[in-house]
Design a binder for this molecule. Structure first.
Ligand SMILES: [Zn+2]
Length: 749
């Protein structure tokens, strides 16, 4: 369902179909029931569903599913999406044209629905506007409509939980004598909580979110990084359920206003799972988050963490060194600590003294002394590490290096007879070296202590139960530079979706790696503070396989898909040639003969050297984007703001249009088939004629990586997708204002 009903509503008001009071009433209807805006408006007698659909379609220049005869939908098209999903988003797949899925939608601006569909189907989505009535009638084509039902508390009451909850030792049994405490001992509540916990353990969930909503208590769990709804608990059992969770975690149930932390344990299939429980007061009650620290994940054999045979051998060699520093790097949630625990578990022996300093201690390892950070008690990474060194350890694990002090002590320890393992929050192996420099560590110290860096990411693993041979689509191949750049003997596979993977096609995650072994050449380069691309070149010459190369080779073995890889790493990483970064830009520069204008030194004044634009003084915005929905949305709203909008479907076309038309602002996507946004921006910035055009980049990943790459490529600003039209318009205006100031002041970039 649309999360921003205002966008379509605004469109209808501008089209003169309704007024803002009508929109307001319709939104009230929608807040109470799961209906489209059109249905809400027609139920109020303000207009008809068909008129709404037609207005949306014409406003956004999209196809409209009109008339009373509904189209036929092939069964293989219906099978692309599960019914429950289509009901939730009010959508229906219609047909497939090459890789574009025509999707009936009541709200074509529901970008999150579009993203979900693209993710599930790996297809581009072409929205077709339809009324809710039409969509519901089309959904009757699903074969299993009658048997599907939401998993609710009622469905679960018959089930019996398989695990057993053990209260934490420090729990005082008699917390309170009031009704609340008695309620928590009621059999249904106890069983419900046990069911919630054992169900999560069974699904391999990493955390459970128990969230009070207005009408119920929502229970969700995170499996393979994705949150999924488990069930809803009736409102009248909310207090008892939350109190039960607090009691087993040793919290004070009478205090509901303060956030609390606690712990508990679950015995499941003979294993002990530690639970970290925390509460947070919210509008409708206390929200409870339970982290499951599953010991089973910690003791994974080192052969099972997806390292290639070469990387496995190299890592084992590094772990057997008597001293030096090994860093595991990647963003949060990339499986760094699992890898470190696995490594420690492999290297430990009765004769090695292993001490860790962590925050938090995620897994308890037998035969390892683990120290928990406690800032209040003065135990920081740095101070903990100092005390550890007095205990004569052979191997030290420092949970994370965050500051100069910790980095300094760690590097020193790594040079004085200790093997030191830690993590850093960096993108790739070569960038880790720069990060250490940024922390103020002298290059020679880094060079002499560092022995290896393992960069890691997790990508979705193809479901083994439903994977079938499936070649990547041409668009995806283009993003990877074409089929000729991919392994010739590849066995591409993809999951079709089955019960075991909840129709996702993926089950579990697969680690991809980049292992940099610091050899003599690299050591010399680090000492000389060589730039990252030189480190990368030397590392690759020394046999390092980059993250993207590792990912591609795993996809070529059928373990994951190229599209799944794109969610995590950018193929640009692979495109960076061994010689450095310059060549990327050069290779996409247009041939020199194309440009007729003479080279001008200094900042050229706008619209004087380039072809004069035929405008009536309105600012011109060039939108470079390959997604038709985004193009429609962006164009529509920018035109409403009084801008002239030019369109280009790809970076290369965008580049040529920019050179020819010299727009005031360019709004560009990052990922596009022929030339991506980053390369386009770099090229524009390298050219005196286009270098002062203001550029706004649309980045899709909500990560630091894309932000920094957007800005370092030369974009003036970036905005995260999904695009909110008003925010976009505001940013474009701000850029225009700034570039005017720049022009007046004659400031060069
Ligand atoms: Zn499956």
């Amino acid at each position: 369902m649309a999360t921003k009903p205002g966008m379509v509503g605004e469109l209808l008001i501008r089209a003169g179909l309704i007024d803002s009071a009508g929109l307001h009433s319709a939104q009230e209807v929608r807040s109470k029931s799961h209906v489209s805006l059109g249905t809400a408006l027609s139920s109020l007698g303000l207009t008809t569903e068909e008129a709404v659909a037609a207005a949306i379609a014409s406003g956004l220049q999209l196809e409209c599913l009109a008339g009373s005869t509904l189209p036929m939908v092939e069964s293989e098209i219906i099978a692309l999406l599960p019914l429950q999903f289509c009901q939730k988003h009010l959508v229906m797949p219609l047909s497939l044209q090459s890789n574009a899925l025509r999707l009936a939608m009541s709200d074509p601006l529901d970008y999150s629905a579009i993203q979900d569909v693209m993710f599930r189907t790996s297809k581009q989505v072409v929205p077709v506007v339809a009324t809710q009535t039409a969509i519901l009638r089309l959904q009757d084509l699903f074969p299993s409509k009658t048997v599907e039902a939401d998993e609710t508390y009622e469905n679960l009451t018959g089930a019996s939980p398989e695990g057993e909850v053990i209260a934490a030792e420090d729990v005082e049994e008699a917390v309170d004598a009031d009704k609340l405490a008695r309620d928590t001992k009621l059999a249904p509540v106890v069983r419900l909580v046990n069911l919630m916990l054992s169900g999560a353990a069974k699904a391999g969930a990493s955390d459970i979110h128990v969230e009070p909503k207005e009408k119920n208590l929502l229970v969700r769990q995170r499996v393979d990084g994705l949150l999924q709804e488990v069930f809803k608990i009736p409102k009248h059992l909310q207090d008892a359920t939350i109190s039960r969770l607090k009691i087993i975690s040793g919290m004070d149930i009478s205090d509901r206003r303060r956030p609390q932390d606690g712990r508990s344990r679950l015995r499941f299939e003979g294993q002990r799972i530690d639970l970290r429980v925390s509460t947070l007061p919210t509008q409708y009650g206390e929200k409870v988050v339970i982290r499951l620290l599953d010991q089973r994940r910690a003791v994974m054999p080192i052969e099972k963490i997806d390292l290639t045979p070469e990387n496995l051998k190299m890592l084992q060699q590094l772990l057997l060194r008597p001293q030096g520093m090994i860093l595991v790097t990647g963003p949060t949630g990339s499986g760094k600590s699992s890898t470190l625990y696995t490594a420690l578990n492999w290297v430990k022996s009765p004769t090695t003294n292993i001490i860790t300093v962590e925050d938090p201690i995620e897994y308890q390892l037998d035969g390892v002394n683990q120290v928990q950070i406690n800032t209040k008690a003065g135990v920081t990474f740095a101070s903990g590490l100092r005390s550890i060194l007095r205990q004569d350890p052979n191997i030290i694990l420092v949970g994370e290096i965050r500051d100069e002090e910790t980095a300094g002590i760690a590097l020193e320890a790594a040079q004085t007879g200790h093997l030191l393992l830690s993590t850093l929050h960096t993108n790739d192996a070569p960038a880790t070296v720069s990060r250490l420099f940024d922390l103020g560590i002298e290059p020679f110290l880094v060079a002499s202590a560092l022995i290896g860096i393992l960069a890691q990411r997790l990508v979705q693993r193809n479901c083994v139960f439903c994977s079938v041979p499936h070649p990547p689509n041409p668009e995806t191949l283009q993003k990877f530079g074409g089929i000729e750049r991919l392994p010739a003997d590849a066995k591409w596979m993809a999951g079709k979706g089955c019960e075991k993977c909840m129709q996702a096609g993926f089950k579990g995650r697969l680690a991809i790696h980049e292992l940099l072994h610091v050899n003599d050449e690299l050591r010399a380069l680090i000492t000389a503070r060589a730039p990252e691309h030189e480190l990368r070149r030397a590392a690759r010459a020394g046999g390092m396989r980059t993250l993207i190369e590792d990912a591609i080779s795993k996809a070529a073995k059928g373990l994951t898909t190229l599209d799944a890889i794109l969610q995590v790493v950018s193929p640009d990483d692979a495109a960076a040639p061994a010689e450095g970064t310059e060549a990327t830009t050069e290779s996409v520069l247009p041939a020199r003969g194309i440009r007729q204008e003479p080279e001008i030194s200094g900042a050229p004044k706008k619209n004087e050297n380039s072809k004069p634009a035929v405008t009536d003084g309105r600012a011109r915005i060039l939108v470079v984007e390959d997604n038709r929905t985004i193009i429609s949305v962006v164009k529509y709203f920018l035109e409403l703001e009084g801008f002239d909008v030019l369109l280009a479907e790809d970076g290369l076309i965008g580049l040529k249009t920019a050179q020819r038309e010299h727009p005031d602002v360019i709004v560009t996507d990052v990922n596009m088939p022929v030339m991506d946004g980053i390369s386009m921006v770099k090229t524009l910035r390298a050219d005196p004629l286009t270098r002062d055009i203001a550029i706004l980049m649309l980045t899709s990943e909500d990560s630091l990586d894309s932000e920094t790459s957007a800005l370092s490529a030369g974009a003036d600003d970036y905005i995260l997708k999904p695009v909110e039209p008003r925010r976009l318009a505001a940013r474009v205006k701000a850029l225009l204002a700034r570039s005017k100031v720049r022009q007046v002041a004659g400031v060069e970039r």
